[in-house]
Design a protein around this ligand. Structure first.
Ligand SMILES: Cc1cc2nc3c(=O)[nH]c(=O)nc-3n(C[C@H](O)[C@H](O)[C@H](O)COP(=O)(O)OP(=O)(O)OC[C@H]3O[C@@H](n4cnc5c(N)ncnc54)[C@H](O)[C@@H]3O)c2cc1C
Length: 404
C-alpha cells in the first residue's frame, strides 16, 4: 500500500504530537507515525512524570505560561485532570506534575479532534528517499512494509533518524562518556505517609547504608522519589551509568542491558524498602515502564546550532519561533545533575533556523533532536520546550507543503 500526505511527522513524543496537531490545524493532510502504541514519547512510555519548560523562568514572579498554543493547551488539560491549580515551585523553577496515563489520553483526544490528522501506531520508520514530489518513507507495521509520501517531513524521533537514514553529515552525536545518562523510572502504588524533602533524605540515607552493607546494587544510590498528583502513587527514578564511555544508545545489546539493569534495581529497591520502611510495606511490585528513559542520542545540525551560551545570556534572534526557560540540567553521570542557570531569569529565544537546513527543503526537525549543542540540549530537551519547537516545526512544514 502507498499512502500520500502533505506532511508526515515521524515520532509521536511531545515534539511530534505538537508538530502533527499544528500541521493539521493549518489544514495540511498530516500523518503522525509512532513505533509504540501510545503517543507522548518519554512522557508516557518511559514514565517521565513532570512537564518542565512550560513556564516563564522568573520564579520570583507568579507563574505564567511561556509558549502559547499547544504547550499551554496540554499543560492546562493536565492541570484540570490532575486537579492542580498551579505548578510546583521546585527551588528556582516551576514544574507541573503530569500523569503518563493521562498524557496518553490527552494526546488521543487532541489527535481525534483533528479531521486532517491520521495517526499510525505500532509503526516503525525504516527508510527515507528524496523524490521529485517530496519525501518517500518506508514504514513497517507488524512485518507489513508500506511506503508513505509527503511534501514535507518533520523528524521528531529524538534520534535524528532522517539524517542517519539518508545523510549522516546532517547530524552529530556527543561521545558516549558525555552523553546524558539514561534512567529507569517505575511507579510504586499503595504508598502511605507524606513525602517531603526530609522524607526523601531519610529514604536516601537508608538506601546508602544498604548499598554500603551490600544489600542493594551500587546503582541504587542514584534513586530519587517524586509523588504523583494522585495519593498512594510515587515514581522512582534511577539514573544509570550505562557503561559510561561504552554507552551507545543505538546498540541493541547495550539498550537491553540498560533495561535489565533498570528492572534489577527497581525490584531490588522494592523488595528492600517494603521490608524496611513502613510507607512501602503495602506496595505491590512496581509498575514498570515500556522502555527506559533515554536522554540524549543524535541531533541535527541545522542552519543554526543554538548553544549553552545563547541560552545562558537569554539571547534573542530575529527569527525566534519559541522560548526556552528551563536551566541546563546536565546529567553526564549518574550522580545527579549539574545545573547551569540562565544569567538572568529571562527566557531565551529559539530561532527557526534550528529546525531546518536550507539545503534540504521540506525537512524539519524538533524536540530532542533539534539543532543545538550538547549543553543547550540539557535545557531544550524538556517536554514543554519540545512541544513548543514541535509546534513551530509543524507549522513550517504545513506552510512548505502548501507552497509546493
Ligand atoms: C529519565 C528522564 C527524565 C526526564 N525528566 C524530565 C522531566 O522531569 N521533565 C521534562 O519535561 N522532561 C524530562 N525529560 C526529557 C524529556 O522526557 C525528553 O527529552 C522528551 O520527551 C523529548 O521529546 P521528543 O518528542 O523530542 O522525543 P521522545 O519523547 O523521545 O519521543 C520520540 C518518539 O519517536 C518515536 N520514534 C523514534 N524512532 C522512531 C521510528 N524509527 N519510527 C517510529 N517512531 C519512532 C519514539 O517511540 C518516541 O515515541 C526526561 C528524560 C528522561 C530520559
Amino acid at each position: 500500500m502507498n499512502m500520500r500526505a502533505d506532511v508526515i511527522v515521524a515520532g509521536g513524543g511531545s515534539a511530534g504530537l505538537a508538530a502533527a496537531l499544528a500541521a493539521a490545524r493549518k489544514g495540511a493532510r498530516t500523518v503522525l507515525l509512532e513505533r509504540q502504541t501510545k503517543l507522548g514519547g518519554m512522557g508516557t512510555n518511559a514514565l517521565v512524570h513532570t512537564f518542565c519548560g512550560l513556564f516563564h523562568p522568573d520564579a520570583s514572579q507568579p507563574w505564567a505560561w511561556l509558549n502559547p498554543g499547544i504547550p499551554t493547551e496540554i499543560g492546562q488539560s493536565m492541570m484540570e485532570r490532575t486537579s492542580q491549580t498551579a505548578p510546583d515551585l521546585m527551588g528556582k523553577v516551576y514544574v507541573l506534575r503530569q500523569h503518563p496515563s493521562l498524557y496518553a489520553r490527552i494526546a488521543d483526544e487532541m489527535c481525534l479532534a483533528e479531521p486532517q490528522l491520521t495517526v499510525l501506531s505500532g509503526t516503525e520508520w525504516t527508510g527515507l528517499k528524496q523524490g521529485e514530489a517530496g519525501w518517500e518513507l518506508d514504514i513497517i507495521t507488524r512485518g507489513n512494509c508500506q511506503e508513505l509520501n509527503a511534501k514535507a517531513l518533520v523528524d521528531t524521533t529524538g534520534d535524528a533518524t532522517g539524517a542517519r537514514l539518508l545523510n549522516p553529515v546532517w547530524c552529530e552525536q556527543t561521545e558516549g562518556a558525555r552523553l546524558y545518562r539514561p534512567a529507569y523510572i517505575c511507579a510504586f502504588h499503595g504508598m502511605t505517609g507524606t513525602h517531603d524533602d526530609g522524607w526523601r533524605l531519610q529514604v536516601g540515607a537508608l538506601i546508602v547504608r544498604a548499598v554500603r552493607d551490600g544489600l542493594l546494587p551500587v546503582a541504587s544510590m542514584g534513586a530519587g522519589f517524586r509523588d504523583s498528583p494522585f495519593p498512594g502513587e510515587t515514581f522512582l527514578t534511577v539514573d544509570l551509568e550505562a557503561g559510561q564511555g561504552e554507552w551507545d544508545p543505538f546498540d541493541p545489546v547495550k539498550r537491553a542491558r540498560v533495561e535489565q539493569e533498570g528492572r534489577e534495581i527497581a525490584m531490588a529497591l522494592w523488595s528492600f524498602l517494603r521490608s524496611k520502611h513502613a510507607d512501602f510495606s503495602e506496595c505491590p511490585p512496581p509498575m514498570l515502564p515500556t522502555k527506559a528513559g533515554i536522554r540524549e542520542t543524535a541531533r541535527y545540525i541545522g542552519d543554526y546550532v543554538i548553544t549553552g551560551d545563547d541560552l545562558a545570556t537569554s539571547r534573542r534572534f530575529d527569527d525566534d519561533i519559541a522560548l526556552a526557560g528551563w536551566p541546563m540540567e546536565k546529567r553526564e553521570n549518574a550522580r545527579g545533575p549539574k545545573f547551569r542557570f540562565f544569567d538572568e531569569a529571562k527566557p531565551a529565544g529559539i530561532p527557526a533556523r534550528c529546525l531546518f537546513r536550507q539545503d534540504v527543503p521540506g525537512l524539519y526537525f524538533a524536540g530532542r533532536c533539534m539543532s543545538a549543542d550538547h549543553e543547550a540540549l540539557a535545557s531544550l530537551r524538556v517536554m514543554g520546550t519540545c512541544m513548543a519547537t514541535g509546534q513551530s516545526a509543524g507549522e513550517l512544514a504545513a506552510k512548505h507543503a502548501s507552497q509546493h
